[in-house]
Design a protein around this ligand. Structure first.
Ligand SMILES: Cc1ncc(COP(=O)(O)O)c(C=O)c1O
Length: 833
């Protein structure tokens, strides 16, 4: 089945040398379109067949395109400016165009202002900050939570989102932040600051989710500024220039600010220009020389801005109001029809926010997952672009709100097109149809003939259930431990999201891989696991949303950067949950060289291998007992004995067998080391020839090979084979052979049989893999360091074995399933159930 609605778009990003991380993210959402042209309300790109595709643009240059793309009158003004040779650079001369623009802006702002020009919104904010500091001597600004004022070093101090700000804090400059419309907090903030430099606010918090400041709040702020003789600074970079249906949004708040900041649509969508308007009686004339910029005040930008102001007459302001009302009414109707999808519609004029509900209780795992990743609205954005050719975007600081900033030229047909498209998204969300909502991510042709086996599991709705997790996390807990894991394969995903059975396995694999750059680890459950000794740990499985196949491929290509970064994110998540220790399951320990390549962030880290080895030894013992094989009469062969796991197993097992053969690499150094090693073990010899395997009644395999090299013929018929290799050293056919007794080690039984609620792993209730159980055991023991990471010894295994006995953990079963994904899932499930 081909769910890809638009297969003609190029799949690969054009250029990774510019903002590679951002490009990767855009690519993963399939919004990395190279637009060739913009006109009015549309952007145009050429598809793979060379057709011009029109996209309705409601992002509107983040508010810079009130006049649409390439407005003819503004383009004509720009052309005229260039053709007549008007100077861009004539600094230190009389800048008449700038002066005219300043007069015009001052008049339109309804006061007597001195105007400074800059090139961007953030520069307008910087100029305001500097001037406020100069005139008041203060160093503390009062700003709002959710505010956005730019990202330059000064402006970013006022911006609320800590992700943009924290790394760049300036000492000396202070910001007191309060929630918009909280009058009490406003009074308290003014009362608490002695060296106040000013109060800055956006009349409608744009980046913060299109949230309006109420008139009462704004008026009280203005009064407090007067009382303290500090400037009231209105950042109207986004709300100004008619965006909300009046020239300045402050007009509807009944205040006249001391400073007004303008940018975005001031440049008519063509020029980069901003303005800082400062009330004349406050203006410090020395600032003329103190604050300059090479590019500011140029004739070209000023002429375009003058033309934009000319276009922005009373009729156009009325159009902004009327168009906005029309769009808002349509959206409110939609919100009424889909109350479980749309949480709120808000805004004024052509600045509108549509807030989506978090889908944390969705029956779809993927929708819950996207909610936690704060990725849901980005996916809606990708869906609308790829399926409906409509461009929208959430704000960076409120990721569940779409911010719509259409041009004043938006027509009824455009509004209808958008509402239709959004309604389709609403329908998919209401139906929890993650498959269709995300189908646009399914790239390229699909491999033929792939079949899918649907693993139905009612528990899928309980896995990764955020409200439930929060409730559990709120309960007091002693020790917390994390365990990192990933999807075994794309079939695994089905147990979480059965609807994806409509895709075949390669499609699903591709879907998951495509999303790797964007998705981060998530906590799947939180379960109290008690020990017989009376201890308890809270166990957090943390899922990395990648498959074994992907991990294996990165390992083969020796590209460990991304896998290691993902593991680190998982470790950081465990840290944020207050875990004392984190265990690295499946490939997460392999790609981090048994945990030595992660920063532990003050936690204990374990590869989980010690208890895995202990359980393997116990499983071999049980298999021997079941098959009547007597070790003292048998030959043990260990393949991969040069490696750490092989050596540790040899130390534990060799003394029990009649004879032991350690098979290692033929490389001279490795060979010598192995020959030295066997001297310390009884009845043990070293070999390099793989033919030695045929002698083994019991064969333990712990090698590092990616191509499953050990076929059935390598072993003695009837041999007991324990394969600890990751990836598996035996191909599926050998693992399923009736002539061999193949196990992957052992599985632990929890003393009280708790359900780990981990859908996707073929584990019966009350059972845990070695690496999971090791996290619990080391948690009981209070381990907080890296003792159990890196290379292991016999002592590590014995220590964990002692802990297991003390806490009542035992061998439950053989591990036949390959949790690393190189055996067929069918074989894995058949082996377990
Ligand atoms: C209110 C406000 N102030 C300042 C800025 C910063 O503008 P720029 O990105 O041009 O620096 C923005 C940008 O979105 C804004 O919305």
């Amino acid at each position: 089945m081909n769910l890809n609605p638009n297969p003609t778009r190029p799949a690969e990003p054009a250029d990774w040398s510019f903002k590679p991380r951002l490009n990767q993210l855009l690519h993963s959402l399939r919004i990395d379109v190279a637009f060739e042209r913009g006109a009015g309300n549309h952007l145009y790109y050429r598809d793979a067949e060379g057709r011009d595709v029109a996209v309705l643009d409601l992002v509107g240059g983040y508010g810079s395109l009130l006049f649409g793309h390439a407005h003819p009158a503004l383009v004509a003004e720009a052309v005229k400016a260039l053709q007549t040779g008007r100077p861009t650079h004539a600094q230190g001369s009389r800048r008449e165009h700038a002066a005219r623009l300043a007069r015009d802006l001052s008049r339109r702002a309804g006061g007597d202002y001195c105007v400074l020009f800059g090139n961007s919104g953030a520069e307008a904010v910087e100029a305001a900050m500097k001037h406020a500091m100069l005139e008041t001597g203060g160093r503390t600004f009062i700003a709002l939570e959710r505010a956005f004022h730019g990202k330059t070093l000064g402006a970013v101090q006022l911006t609320a989102n800590p992700r943009f700000r924290e790394e760049y804090g300036l000492s000396g400059l202070k910001v007191v932040r309060l929630a918009a419309n909280d009058l009490e907090a406003l009074e308290a903030a003014f009362a608490s600051v002695t060296d106040l430099a000013g109060f800055i606010f956006e009349p409608i918090l744009g980046e913060g989710g299109v949230r309006a400041v109420e008139p009462e709040f704004a008026r009280r702020a203005a009064e407090l500024c007067v009382a303290r003789d500090v400037p009231l600074i209105a950042d109207e970079c986004q709300t100004g220039m008619g965006r909300t249906g009046v020239f300045l949004a402050c007009e509807t708040l009944g205040i006249r600010p001391d400073y007004v900041l303008l940018s975005k649509s001031l440049g008519g969508g063509l020029a980069k220009i901003s303005a800082t308007l400062i009330r004349r009686e406050r203006y410090q004339t020395e600032f003329d020389l103190q604050h300059t910029s090479t590019y500011a005040e140029d004739d070209y930008s000023c002429d375009i801005a003058l033309k934009a102001l000319e276009l922005l007459d009373a009729a156009m302001l009325e159009t902004c109001r009327e168009r906005g009302e029309k769009l808002l009414a349509g959206l409110r109707q939609l919100a009424g029809k889909y109350p479980t999808v749309i949480a709120d519609v808000r805004g004024r004029g052509l600045m509108i926010g549509v807030e989506f509900r978090r889908r944390e209780r969705s029956s779809s795992f993927l929708l819950r997952f996207l909610t936690t990743q704060e990725d849901l609205v980005y996916v809606i954005m990708g869906y609308l672009l790829n399926v409906h050719q409509v461009r929208v975007a959430p704000t960076l600081s409120d990721k569940f709100t779409l911010r719509l900033e259409p041009s004043a030229l938006i027509e009824d047909a455009h509004i209808a097109q958008f509402l239709r498209a959004l309604e389709e998204a609403c329908v998919l969300l209401r139906q929890e149809d993650a498959l269709r909502l995300t189908a646009f991510l399914n790239l390229g042709p699909v491999a033929p003939g792939a079949t899918t086996r649907l693993v139905r599991n009612d528990a899928q709705f309980t896995a990764f259930n955020e409200p439930r997790l929060r409730e559990r996390q709120a309960r007091p807990a002693g020790v917390k431990v994390g365990w990192l894991c990933h999807l075994v394969d794309s079939d695994d995903f089905l147990s979480l999201e059965p609807a994806f059975a409509r895709m075949n396995a390669p499609e699903r694999e591709r879907f998951l891989e495509h999303n790797v750059p964007r998705l981060a680890p998530v906590v799947m459950s939180a379960v109290e696991v008690r020990s017989l000794a009376g201890d308890a740990v809270r166990f957090f499985p943390i899922l990395l949303p990648v498959t074994s196949r992907w991990m294996k491929r990165q390992l083969e290509a020796r590209e460990l950067g991304l896998p290691q970064a993902l593991v680190q994110q998982g470790v950081d998540l465990a840290r944020s949950l207050d875990c004392q220790l984190v265990s690295l399951g499946q490939y997460t320990s392999i790609v981090t060289l048994n945990g030595t390549q992660v920063a532990p962030r003050g936690m204990g880290v374990t590869s989980g291998n010690s208890y895995a080895i202990a359980l393997a030894v116990q499983a071999i013992e049980r298999a021997q007992a079941e098959t009547g094989l007597r070790p003292e009469e048998s030959v043990l062969v260990i393949v991969g004995a040069g490696g750490n796991i092989g050596r540790t197993c040899a130390e534990l097992l060799a003394p029990r067998y009649r004879r032991t053969v350690l098979v290692g690499s033929a490389r001279p150094g490795a060979r010598l080391r192995l020959q030295e090693f066997v001297k310390h073990l009884p009845n043990t010899t070293a070999a390099t020839d793989p033919a030695a395997l045929r002698a083994g009644d019991v064969v333990l395999v712990a090698i590092n090979a990616v191509d499953a090299p050990l076929r059935e013929e390598c072993f003695k018929p009837g041999a007991l084979v324990c394969d600890l290799s990751v990836p598996s050293a035996l191909p599926g056919s050998a693992a399923a052979s009736r002539d061999l007794f193949v196990i992957k080690g052992g599985i632990a039984a929890l003393p009280y049989g708790e359900d780990l609620e981990f859908v996707g792993f073929p584990l019966p209730r009350g059972q845990a893999y070695g690496c999971m159980a090791e996290a619990m055991l080391l948690g009981y023991a209070g381990v907080r360091d890296g003792t159990f990471a890196g290379n292991l010894s016999r002592e590590h295994v014995l220590e964990v074995t002692r802990l297991a006995e003390a806490h009542g953990f035992s061998l439950a079963d053989y591990k036949r399933a390959c949790v690393f994904g190189s055996q067929t899932k069918e074989a894995a499930y058949a082996g377990i159930h």
